[in-house]
Design a protein around this ligand. Structure first.
Ligand code: FCB
Length: 457
């Protein structure tokens, strides 16, 4: 371990997801996904944006790998588009889709960048949605089949496998709030979808192992919930929120059961999912690491959680372009709490970053000092967590490139590399050079910016 706390071999990476960057939505045999359908509906995405072209990464991946090499990253987290590989979701394999990812992975390895592959970042093949999507238990089997196809093609080259990205947001924002694809607004469906997502994870783990995949894990978004006051009712609301967003996933994965008090609360509202014998044991298949995505904490109060569980109250302090509070201290809290309570063998921050209103200055530079301050403060929080014994093994900034930020389209820029969507020109932002220094010095380098932080940093 270096003086600054980051162990040798620590991964300094960047993350992306297929639908957010690839484009080429109808090329070389790719089938439609729920995000194609959803983004093509009028009024669903800001400014009518779609991922049809996105960052055109499908054609420009060589340049993007070259940028990563220039930044000295030693890891890259990307996701595979299911419908590029299996256009109808099951059955027929599109070899050109597999070849695309194979080429990408080979180029990464050649650049000494470790590929971290996410199988599912919210883009279900539309053909499966037409048969009920994640509400239908058959989708679980389809996912395991898909995982096997990708593993057969890439297990020998990819050391790090992530089954799902943020099943909680996919289940809630996509199936209950209707803001993300598939745009459903039904809480019962949402909890059934969450159960099937978890089950598909648990059943994919042994399938991936059998195919010789490397380390296997799952990525959860972890939002520590804090009560607006010390009142018992507020504390109860915060606890329920935390169970809803974090415990509902962590408990079955690491303990083989759903959190009891939330289960009864949902049962009283007839919202619990159908769970068959053996499901929970399958979900608890041992994994090698947990991926944590962290953006902000959640402050909640009594009454703010009925009936949707998702409302939050405003907090004073700095917020990003997303309206998300800047609170690095909560990253420390969530890493230490999860490490203590669930004992994952290894932890990775698989996403952390911030959207700001960036501009390319006339001299060609993007001076995104606020993003540097944000990242610097959060890396410091991770450093403290490591010092306090958290088995943190890597940190992926969200995102490598400005990209399609779901319902907000291209209006929110998260990249450490700026993308001009008219010309597809890439410009490394100052934060990209900052990330290079972190990677080069294994976290020792500090830019000397004042620590940011909202009220509670
Ligand atoms: C996360 C998603 C990721 C990205 C960030 C900002 O919820 O996993 O795709 O959009 O938010």
């Amino acid at each position: 371990m270096s003086d600054d706390g980051f162990p040798a071999g620590f991964l300094w990476g960047a993350a992306t997801a297929a639908y957010q960057i690839e484009g080429a939505w109808a090329e070389e045999g790719r089938g439609p996904s729920i995000w194609d359908t959803f983004s093509h509906l009028p009024g669903r995405i800001a400014a009518g944006d779609t991922g049809d072209v996105a960052c055109d990464h499908y054609h420009r991946w060589r340049e993007d790998v070259a940028i990563m090499r220039e930044l000295g990253l030693n890891a890259y987290r990307f996701s595979v588009s299911w419908s590029r590989v299996l256009p109808e979701g099951t059955g027929r394999v599109n070899q050109r889709g597999l070849d695309f990812y194979r080429q990408l992975v080979e180029a990464l390895l050649e650049a000494a960048i470790e590929p971290a592959l996410t199988l599912y970042h919210w883009d279900l093949p539309q053909a499966l949605q037409d048969r009920g999507g994640w509400r239908n238990r058959e989708t679980v089997g389809a996912f395991v089949e898909y995982a096997g196809v990708v593993a057969d093609a890439l297990a020998d080259r990819v050391p790090m496998w992530i089954t799902h990205n943020e099943p909680s947001l996919h289940a809630s924002v996509g199936h209950a709030l209707g803001v993300y694809a598939p745009g459903l607004t039904d809480w019962g469906t949402s909890f059934q979808a969450a159960h099937h997502l978890l089950l598909s994870h648990g059943l994919a783990v042994p399938a991936l192992r059998a195919a010789g995949a490397g380390k296997i894990g799952i990525t959860l978004v972890l939002e520590p919930a804090e009560p607006a006051s010390d009142e018992a009712a507020d504390r109860e609301a915060a606890e329920r929120y935390e169970q809803y967003l974090n415990g509902w996933y962590l408990d079955p994965i690491f303990r083989g059961r759903y959190p009891e008090s939330l289960w009864s609360w949902l049962a009283a509202r007839e919202l619990t999912p159908v769970v068959e014998d053996g499901d929970l044991a399958a979900i608890a298949a041992p994994i090698d690491f947990l991926g944590a995505n962290y953006y902000h904490r959640r402050v909640t109060a009594a009454g703010a959680d009925e009936p949707l569980l998702l409302s939050e109250i405003d907090v004073p302090g700095e917020v990003t372009e997303m309206g998300w509070e800047v609170c690095p201290r909560a990253l420390y809290d969530v890493l230490t709490t999860v490490a203590r309570e669930y004992r994952p063998a290894e932890l990775f921050v698989t996403e952390n970053g911030a959207a700001f209103r960036d501009v390319v200055d006339p001299d060609g530079r993007v001076r995104d000092a606020r993003r540097i301050a944000y990242l610097s403060a959060h890396v410091d929080a991770a450093r403290s967590a490591l010092r306090d014994g958290v088995p943190l093994r890597g940190y992926f900034v969200w995102s490598l490139l400005d990209n399609f930020q779901w319902a907000q389209g291209y209006s929110k820029r998260f990249g450490v590399v700026h993308v001009d969507y008219e010309t597809q020109r890439r410009t490394v932002k100052d934060s990209g050079w900052f990330w290079r220094e972190l990677a080069r010095t294994n976290g020792a380098q500090h830019p000397g910016v004042a620590s940011v932080g909202g009220s509670a940093s």
